[in-house]
Design a protein around this ligand. Structure first.
Ligand SMILES: Cc1ncc(COP(=O)(O)O)c(C=O)c1O
Length: 396
């Protein structure tokens, strides 16, 4: 295992509280120094003094395009094909609607996995109900491809186990079956190199607040291959209009991917996301992936040696794993609360998953050693099994 840390210097770009081992950047990335400074400036100068003039003078109007330019290299596409805004859920609605339009009437099945993230399934159910399409859930989407498949909607990295799909291979199979491939990159973008264009995918969506560190509820992104940028969007907002400030009565889509943008950009959130993305400046994504694999391998080895009551839920092979490690234990929720009380922050995913995200820009090998040491102590002493730690909070 190669533990030479070429990324060690990048930790300085983040604000991480003293006494906390943060292994949850796959859920909410930490604050960057750049975002902290830029949001203060946007509030105190651009909003307070500039007022509405700042749409032009501070370049607020160009925020989505500037952010698109920073996300594009992380997912292997042209900036001109990325739309930034709304949530991942809403962007998925747009993508599935567009995919059903492109697929034509004979194909009316949205194919996905039962373990896909619930919001993806719920949005697909909603689109299906509106469009007379069926959401079909199968463990093996490849095997289930059929003449009625309109679109395959898969999250590349499973949010519970961290198991990772081969993007190029699955996209090729889906195309061979005459269907459209839509990827949810919530747990991919910023975690390892993604090559959507190389895989010839059709659509993708992803979150701004996980590995991209854009802040709680940060705007999401949508990518559409150029060949799909002529569809009429299902959600038609004035910022997706060809001439928003002409205030026309009839919707006319903007050229290209811009048509998928809906309403006014959330300027403060976008300011935070734009600044946070500078944490990736000069960073080689291959180096991130290499260190992530080493961090995950280390955690798996240490837990196997020190915590025999935990069962590995993630793939052992880094080639088919995202940037997280998960373990099963029936007391998973209480164990995670006990860990958090000791300053080790991961999260819990029902029914029994303890999840630890590895974020190589700031996670150190020493953090993994220390976290497993505390985990082993909590398990050995049974310190987790108290009423306090079993009490469920609204967010797990
Ligand atoms: C795979 C996946 N998709 C989507 C989301 C969230 O979507 P939204 O940002 O709309 O809440 C998550 C959140 O964890 C996720 O894991």
């Amino acid at each position: 295992m190669d533990r030479a840390d070429q990324l060690a210097g990048h930790r300085d770009r983040f604000i991480l509280p003293e006494g906390v081992l943060y292994l949850d950047g796959n859920s909410l990335g930490p604050l960057t120094k750049a975002a902290q400074a830029r949001v203060a400036e946007a509030v105190n100068a651009e909003w307070a003094d500039g007022l509405i003039r700042s749409w032009n003078t501070a370049g607020w109007i160009d925020l989505p395009a500037r952010i698109a330019a920073k996300i594009a290299p992380l997912i292997g596409v042209d900036a001109a094909d990325v739309a930034v805004g709304d949530s991942t859920s809403i962007n998925l609605f747009k993508v599935l609607s567009a995919a059903l339009d492109k697929a034509g009437e004979e194909r009316n099945v949205i194919l996905s996995e039962p373990g896909n993230f619930p919001t993806d399934l719920y949005i697909a159910q909603g689109v299906g109900a509106l469009r007379g399409a069926e959401l079909r859930l199968v463990d093996d989407v490849e095997a289930a491809l059929a003449d009625d498949t309109a679109v395959v909607m898969v999250t590349q990295v499973d949010y519970r186990t961290g198991a990772k799909h081969d993007m190029a291979a699955l996209t090729e199979k889906v195309h061979a079956a005459g269907a459209i491939m839509a990827w949810d990159l919530a747990h991919s973008a910023g975690a390892f190199p993604v090559d959507l264009a190389g895989a010839d995918a059709d659509f993708a969506i992803g979150c701004g607040y996980k590995y991209l560190n854009g802040g709680p509820g940060a705007p999401a992104f949508l990518w559409a291959a150029p060949r799909h940028q002529t569809v009429m969007p299902a959600l038609r907002g004035w910022f997706g209009h060809a001439a928003p400030f002409a205030f026309e009565t009839q919707f006319r889509p903007a050229e290209g991917v811009k048509r998928f943008i809906t309403g006014t950009a959330p300027v403060l959130s976008m300011t935070a996301l734009e600044a946070a993305l500078s944490a990736f400046d000069g960073v080689d994504l291959a180096a991130i992936a290499k260190k992530s694999a080493a961090l995950c391998d280390l955690m798996i080895e240490l837990v196997a040696a020190r915590c025999p009551s935990l069962t590995l839920a993630s793939p052992r092979d880094a080639a088919v794993r995202g940037s997280q490690v998960s373990f099963r234990h029936e007391g998973g929720y209480a164990i995670m609360q006990a860990l958090i009380a000791r300053g080790v922050i991961g999260d819990f995913r029902a029914p029994d998953i303890l999840r630890f995200g590895m974020t190589p820009l700031y996670t150190r090998f020493a953090d993994v050693f220390d976290a497993v040491e505390i985990l082993a102590e909590i398990l050995d002493t049974g310190a987790w099994d108290t009423p306090e730690f079993h009490r469920r909070a609204a967010v797990t």
